[in-house]
Ligand binder design. Structure first.
Ligand code: AMP
Length: 317
């Protein structure tokens, strides 16, 4: 079975929504990502925590390899965010980097041999540094945020050229492309992406089954997603939930389940990519039903498959 490597933040999150709050709950992009990915494929996480961190067992319980998580003297990264009434937008109230400030990713031999890699939302220079250490990447995904698009654009453009799959939200796509229209934005971003393929992907007639073209997924929160690959545009609605408690980590759970599903199937046809998107949206829909990682760490693949059946009915006509 293919292994999947994720690098990102491991955090304590303090979250305020109009309907409740959580203080210092387990969070971080690598946490959500690996909990979601491990539903489908063996997952290894790279990150750093302080000696105040008490939650490694949550990851270990799901079989996640935590040998790449450094424990340093000091405080774990702490993020505080407040959601607006519609739960679609949020403000960052405070970011305390703690040990994350001097994070130097430490990859061992099994990490370097991993072929499925996801570069979570961290400084693009660190993303490049990790990618350089991977021996034979097959599929490399990446997430980023407005902060890096504004503050580290040259490094970000460099790493984006070397990946196969970019997963960002609509405001990030607009900012990255400097285009308001998402279809135009996608065309520009695809042009910025992969010149150097990693050997897999949607087989084309001329490529002999090798990956030749990058894939871009633009997340639109509760409204679903748009996926772009060459001339294909795929539009998936969001799963209509009645009970949304905390949207934190929805994007990371989506990316985790997507990469986990692709690592498991090891096939990259348009049909599989669409299926992976549906599976990933379904996993993300569970995440937001409780604060932090509570719901995500409870669910099993059978729960996901059951909801996926209802999801399929929604847009069939
Ligand atoms: P999402 O809701 O999918 O965008 O992810 C939210 C997660 O990102 C939270 O658990 C935060 O701990 C983490 N996070 C917030 N800000 C940053 C940052 N500047 N760098 C890395 N991770 C962050």
């Amino acid at each position: 079975m293919n292994q999947l490597l994720i690098i990102g933040s491991i955090a304590y999150d303090s979250i305020i929504t109009p309907f409740g709050r959580a203080d210092k709950a387990l969070g971080g992009s690598a946490t959500y990502f690996s909990l979601a990915a491990s539903l489908f494929a063996p997952t290894m996480a790279i990150g750093v925590v302080g000696d105040d961190f008490k939650h490694l067992r949550v990851l270990k319980k799901r079989g996640i390899d935590t040998s790449g998580i450094d424990v340093k003297k000091g405080k774990t990264f702490h993020w505080t965010g407040k959601y607006h009434f519609d739960l679609n937008t949020r403000d960052t109230l405070k970011t305390s980097l703690g040990v994350f400030e001097h994070f130097k990713p430490r990859l061992n031999e099994p990490h370097r041999n991993c072929q499925y890699v996801f570069l979570g939302n961290i400084h693009p220079r660190l993303q490049l540094d990790v990618l350089k250490q991977i021996k034979r990447p097959k599929l490399v995904g990446l997430d980023t945020m407005n902060f890096w698009i504004e503050q580290a654009r040259p490094d970000l453009l460099k790493v984006i050229k070397q990946i196969d799959l970019l997963v960002i939200n609509d405001s990030e796509a607009r900012e990255l492309s400097k285009e308001n229209n998402l279809v135009k934005a996608a065309r520009k971003i695809l042009a910025m992406m992969s010149r150097r393929s990693h050997g897999v992907g949607i087989p084309t007639k001329t490529s002999g089954g090798k990956f030749k073209n990058p894939t871009l997924i633009i997340k639109q929160g509760e409204h679903g997603l748009l996926m772009f690959h060459r001339n294909m545009i795929f539009n998936l609605p969001g799963y209509p939930l009645e009970n949304v408690v905390d949207p934190t980590g929805a994007g990371d759970s989506f990316a985790g389940a997507l990469m986990g599903f692709l690592a498991k199937t090891d096939v990259f046809t348009p049909t599989i990519l669409k299926k992976a998107c549906a599976m990933a949206s379904t996993v993300a829909s569970f995440t937001v039903e409780k604060f932090g990682v509570t719901k995500l760490s409870e669910i099993k693949v059978a729960d996901v498959k059951k909801r996926l059946k209802n999801y399929q009915k929604l847009a069939k006509f």
